[in-house]
Design a protein around this ligand. Structure first.
Ligand code: TPP
Ligand code: SF4
Ligand code: MG
Length: 314
């Protein structure tokens, strides 16, 4: 791994150019730029992208914001597409039909809807076959592009258009799926969960490891959506910090089967601190809903303890 200097990293040429049509402050684009900054100078990438906000807003043929080769992919098979491209690349290299010194990396981006739900089989297959690629999920916890519908990544009690809060509903009934752990159980060489920290070091190193580890690697990036989560756009960094300090979004990596926490809050904050910043959880703070907050906290605690156990076992 290379050394880290925030200024140097931030000054690298952008591989997702400005002028795309994502909302200002969207976590998805912050995440994509952070991941692509980990590519080493001179290396090129083939990017795959499942349908979602990122895809429909960054590539409107014949316009593109992507500096690398880019494949606009269907919602459900981004993993299979990039797996196929990587296989073709290897075959062409073997036959001497590509220059020896050309080095391509294969990176797929998908939203949580396209990754946790509809593209899950395709992702699972690509991971199991061990293609030399990275799948990056930008998790904003709902199908944002089509109007904030719940996905299996949506946290419990969130107000979405398909789990609307009202007299008969407290929001989404189910807890979110733990996709990073599920992919880790595929026995792939590298899986990590991350988000944005003030120095962007965690996401940078995890991206670099994922891109430069041979084999199928997976990154799960918490990518807040100001529109769907209903917070002030400028608060993105605060929201991410609260996500990790409350242990709602633990930062960990699984390298060759070894689980490791990459951040442990000095003081674990109550889950309310993360929830109260977001309009989608506003109802939880109404009198009479105290029990819902207790349930949310219990779930966070249980998952955090489970993760600590996995990490301490190594
Ligand atoms: C097979 C299929 N079903 C539904 C759609 C409609 N669709 C396009 S984007 C999208 C939401 C994507 O959600 P997610 O993957 O979480 O990405 P986000 O929009 O949140 O960035 C949906 C449902 C589609 N394009 N293809
Ligand atoms: S709706 Fe949300 S995910 Fe989509 S572009 Fe806007 S901020 Fe990003
Ligand atoms: Mg989404």
């Amino acid at each position: 791994m290379s050394s880290y200097n925030l200024k140097e990293v931030m000054n690298k040429p952008e591989r997702l150019a400005p002028g795309h049509r994502m909302c200002a402050g969207c976590g998805a684009t912050i995440g994509v730029r952070a991941v692509l900054r980990a590519l080493h100078e001179g290396d090129q990438a083939v990017i795959g992208n499942a349908t979602g906000c990122l895809e429909v807003s960054s590539f409107m043929y014949p316009y593109t914001a992507w500096e690398d080769s880019y494949i606009h992919n269907a919602f459900e098979n981004a993993g299979a597409t990039l797996g196929g491209v990587e296989t073709a690349y290897k075959a062409l290299k073997k036959r001497g039909r590509l220059p020896e010194d050309v080095n391509y990396k294969f990176i797929t981006f998908g939203g949580d809807g396209g990754t946790y739900d509809i593209g899950f089989q395709s992702l699972s297959g690509a991971m199991e076959r061990g293609h030399d690629m990275v799948y990056v999920c930008y998790d904003n916890g709902a199908y944002m592009n089509t109007g904030i519908q719940r996905s299996s990544a949506t946290p419990r009690f969130a107000d979405t258009t398909t789990t609307p809060v009202g007299k008969v509903s407290d929001g989404k009934l189910q807890s979110r799926k733990d996709l990073a752990s599920i992919i880790a159980e595929h026995n792939v060489p590298y899986v990590a969960q991350t988000t944005f920290t003030r120095d962007f070091k965690d996401i940078h190193f995890k991206s670099e490891k994922a891109i430069y580890t041979e084999g199928a690697c997976f990154l799960n990036v918490l990518a807040p959506c100001p529109r769907g989560w209903r917070y002030d756009t400028a608060e993105v960094m605060k929201i991410c910090q609260l996500a990790i300090d409350t242990c709602y979004w633990p930062m960990f990596e699984v390298e060759e089967g070894k689980w490791r926490l990459t951040y442990e809050p000095k003081k674990k904050l109550p889950i309310e601190d993360f929830l109260k910043e977001q309009g989608r959880f506003k109802h939880l703070f109404k009198p009479g809903n105290e029990e819902l907050l207790v349930q949310f906290q219990e779930e966070v605690d249980r998952r955090w303890e489970d993760l600590q156990y996995k990490c301490n076992k190594n």
